[in-house]
Design a protein around this ligand. Structure first.
Ligand SMILES: Nc1nc2c(ncn2[C@@H]2O[C@H](COP(=O)(O)OP(=O)(O)O)[C@@H](O)[C@H]2O)c(=O)[nH]1
Ligand SMILES: [Mg+2]
Length: 293
C-alpha cells in the first residue's frame, strides 16, 4: 500500500525540516505544498528529498490541500494523510489514523481534538472558537463530527477520487466533510493530542470563522437553493404585501402616503422578488449542471 503524508506549508522554515526527517525515518513518502512562502520552506523541503509542489504565490490553506489531493492521485497513492507543518501534530498519531483506512473500516479518518484527553490541552478561547465553527458547519448537514476543522486527516483512494474540493481558504475542511457525507463515504474520528506551544497559528480565529461560515452558506445554498433563497424571498414578499395594503389603507382614509410605510412596502417587495428569482435561477442552473454530469 502506497502511503503519502501531505504537508500544507506556509512559511514553516523553522519546523518543516525536522518534521520531514522524522517522517522519512519512518519510511513515509512526504509531499509538501509550499504555498508561496517568503522563507526557505520550499528549498529545505526540496533539499531533503520531499516531493514539493510550489505555488508561485500564497493561495490559502484550501489551495494547498487541493494540490496535495491532486499530487497524491497523480502519483497513485492509496492513502493521503494531511499533517500540519507547524509541529502541532504528533507523528506518533499517524499510525492510529492509518489503521482504519488500511483495514477498510473508514474512507476518511479525522484526528479529533475533542475525543479522549486531548481536549484539556487546548487553550480555552481556541476551544470555544473551534466548537462554534463546528456547530455552524454542522447546521446545514447532519455531519455529527466533533472536530470539523482538524487538519490532521487520512483519506483513502475512494475519498481522494470521489471528493473534488474547490475552496481555497479554511472552508475546505468543512467542504470536504459535506461532500463526503453526500457521497456516502464513511468518516470516523479518532482522538489525537495537539501541541499548543509557541506560534501555532497563521490566521486569526475571526477570519477563519468568517471563511467557514461563508463557505458553509455557499454550499448550503447550492444544495437547497429553493429553501435557502426561496423561503426568505416569500417572507419578504408577505411583509411587502402587508405594508402595501397598509399604505393603500392609509391613503384611502387620509389621502396621504406615509413615507416610511410605503418605503418598507417597496423595499420588502423588491428584496422578496430578487430572492425568489435567485432561488429559481439557481435551482435551474444546479439542476442543469447535475444532469450534464
Ligand atoms: N498551503 C497553505 N498552507 C497554510 C496556509 N496557512 C497555513 N498553512 C499551513 O496549514 C497548517 C495549519 O495552519 P495553522 O495556521 O497552524 O492553523 P491552525 O493551527 O489551525 O490555526 C500549517 O502547516 C500551515 O503551514 C496557507 O495560506 N497556505
Ligand atoms: Mg497551527
Amino acid at each position: 500500500m502506497k502511503i503519502a503524508i501531505g504537508l500544507p506549508a506556509y512559511n514553516e522554515e523553522k519546523n518543516i525540516g525536522k518534521i520531514i526527517s522524522e517522517l522519512q525515518e519512518l519510511d513515509y513518502s512526504v509531499i509538501v505544498c509550499n504555498d508561496g512562502s517568503s522563507d526557505q520552506t520550499g528549498k529545505i523541503a526540496e533539499k531533503m528529498g520531499a516531493i514539493v509542489i510550489n505555488h508561485h504565490k500564497n493561495m490559502g490553506y484550501g489551495a494547498g490541500i487541493k494540490s496535495l489531493f491532486e499530487k497524491a492521485k497523480e502519483m497513485n497513492y492509496d492513502i493521503l494523510i494531511t499533517f500540519d507543518a507547524d509541529g502541532q501534530h504528533n507523528i506518533s498519531d499517524i499510525k492510529d489514523i492509518l489503521k482504519p483506512l488500511i483495514t477498510n473500516n473508514a474512507d476518511i479518518v479525522i484526528g479529533s481534538r475533542f475525543l479522549g484527553e486531548g481536549e484539556d490541552k487546548i487553550p480555552k478561547y481556541r476551544k470555544f472558537g473551534i466548537k462554534a465553527i463546528t456547530k455552524i458547519s454542522s447546521l446545514s448537514q447532519d455531519l455529527n463530527i466533533k472536530d470539523t476543522q482538524s487538519g490532521f486527516r487520512g483519506y483513502n483512494k475512494k475519498a481522494l477520487d470521489e471528493i473534488n474540493p474547490t475552496e481555497n481558504g479554511m472552508g475546505i475542511s468543512t467542504e470536504i466533510l459535506m461532500k463526503a457525507s453526500k457521497k456516502g463515504l464513511k468518516t470516523i474520528e479518532i482522538p489525537i493530542i495537539i501541541n499548543y506551544d509557541g506560534n501555532t497559528s497563521t490566521h486569526n480565529p475571526a477570519s477563519h470563522g468568517i471563511s467557514v461560515v461563508l463557505s458553509t452558506m455557499k454550499f448550503t445554498a447550492l444544495d437547497h437553493p429553493l429553501k435557502f433563497y426561496g423561503i426568505p424571498g416569500l417572507v419578504f414578499l408577505i411583509i411587502g404585501l402587508f405594508f402595501i395594503v397598509w399604505t393603500l389603507h392609509e391613503f384611502s382614509i387620509h389621502r396621504t402616503i406615509i413615507t416610511n410605510i410605503a418605503l418598507i412596502a417597496a423595499g420588502s417587495t423588491i428584496l422578496g422578488t430578487i430572492f425568489l428569482l435567485t432561488s429559481i435561477i439557481l435551482y435551474s442552473m444546479v439542476s442543469l449542471i447535475r444532469e450534464q454530469k
